[in-house]
Design a binder for this molecule. Structure first.
Ligand SMILES: Cc1cc2nc3c(=O)[nH]c(=O)nc-3n(C[C@H](O)[C@H](O)[C@H](O)COP(=O)(O)O)c2cc1C
Length: 325
């Protein structure tokens, strides 16, 4: 497989595991890179920059292939300044960064001066244009299907991806709703040059979350996610569990942020991921959960995706017959 993304990142397949708070750790990130995609260590997981340094070193012991770091620039994400994390990743030789949450403009100089490739993740065409204007090397556009923050515009990828591809010159990656080779081929057909997946990688052997979470994902359908936090302007697509329903109920009667905060707190996710209590807290999950039928290793997942993408591309020949009939 070859696109501008595989050339830019020097990877075999244009498949990226997006940053995932508390999930994007060394074993998962390294497994994705080792399998020919691009794995991402999520810096927000680490309270101290030194902890990020240790995690990068752990990943590098598992793979010599390129690894990236996600920096979520949304203001409330961390106590330590972003610069401290950026210094660490540069010192540790990381050459690819996924930014999200806010425009990376303020950090572009230090990143580019140190030869770092910047992929900015956005949820709308206008933000993709900003990413291009401030000098990002590529942009990921996140459709309404996505787990995590799909933005406020509520546009699905069938519309959003070609709109973005037509609006910028830099390579576009599509994120949201992709879980297999058919989804990937569809995104490539829409003009994307790679895909970013979160939800699908959560249900793999290497993701360090309790097996209950993975089993819940296997039995869940595409209707088992909820969109919460719309009323406070930070829409999130999450697993439709007890807490998500409580948040929706509170939002429906106009609850203030103070009432919502204890419910949506990132701390509660520890009970979900570590103790396997599915209803203990909010956890991000996209609509592609409905397409998850098993818990493969990352290598199996990527190998299957690539082979299904190839089969799908072959079928496109038949579609061409239909179109040209
Ligand atoms: C459990 C989970 C945690 C996530 N955490 C983050 C995060 O910390 N930072 C970020 O930029 N994106 C985060 N995301 C979004 C993913 O990086 C990716 O953009 C998204 O999952 C793609 O959509 P999909 O879930 O439909 O594959 C998260 C997604 C999931 C499922």
């Amino acid at each position: 497989m070859r696109t501008r993304i595989t050339d830019l990142l020097k990877i075999e397949y244009p498949i990226i595991c997006g940053g995932m708070f508390r999930v994007g750790r060394a074993p998962l990130a390294a497994a994705v890179s080792e399998a020919g995609g691009l794995g991402i260590i999520t810096s927000a997981t680490f309270e101290k920059p030194e902890d990020l340094r240790q995690e990068i070193r752990r990943a590098k012991k598992i793979t010599a292939k390129p690894i990236a770091v996600n920096i979520n620039l949304f203001p409330s994400v961390r106590k330590m300044p972003n610069e401290a994390y950026i210094d660490v990743l540069i010192e540790e030789g990381i050459r690819i960064v996924e930014t999200s949450g806010r425009s990376p403009e303020a950090y572009m100089k230090v990143l580019k001066d140190n030869g770092v490739i910047v992929i900015h993740k956005v949820a709308g065409v206008k933000y993709a244009k900003t990413a291009e204007r401030v000098g990002c090397d590529a942009v990921t556009v996140i459709g309404f299907e996505a787990g995590g923050h799909p933005g406020m515009e509520e546009v699905g990828n069938v519309v959003l991806v070609p709109q973005t591809v037509d609006a910028v010159q830099i390579p576009v990656l599509a994120g949201g709703g992709i879980a297999d080779g058919r989804g990937m081929t569809a995104m490539l057909a829409l003009g994307a040059e790679g895909v970013v997946m979160g939800t699908r990688f959560l249900a793999t052997q290497e993701a360090q979350v309790h097996d209950n979470v993975k089993q819940w994902m296997v039995q869940a359908s595409e209707r088992d996610t909820s969109l919460i936090q719309k009323t406070i302007g930070t829409t999130s697509r999450v697993a439709r569990n007890e807490v998500a329903l409580q948040v929706l109920e509170a939002e429906s009667r106009g609850a203030e942020l103070e009432e919502l905060l204890p419910l949506i707190s990132g701390r509660r996710v520890v009970q979900v991921y570590e103790e396997g209590n599915i209803d203990a807290g909010i956890f991000s999950c996209g609509q592609s959960v409905g397409r998850i039928q098993g818990i493969p290793t990352v290598k199996e997942l990527i190998t299957d995706m690539v082979s299904e993408a190839k089969q799908t591309a072959d079928k496109l020949g038949r579609i061409s017959n239909v179109i040209n009939a």
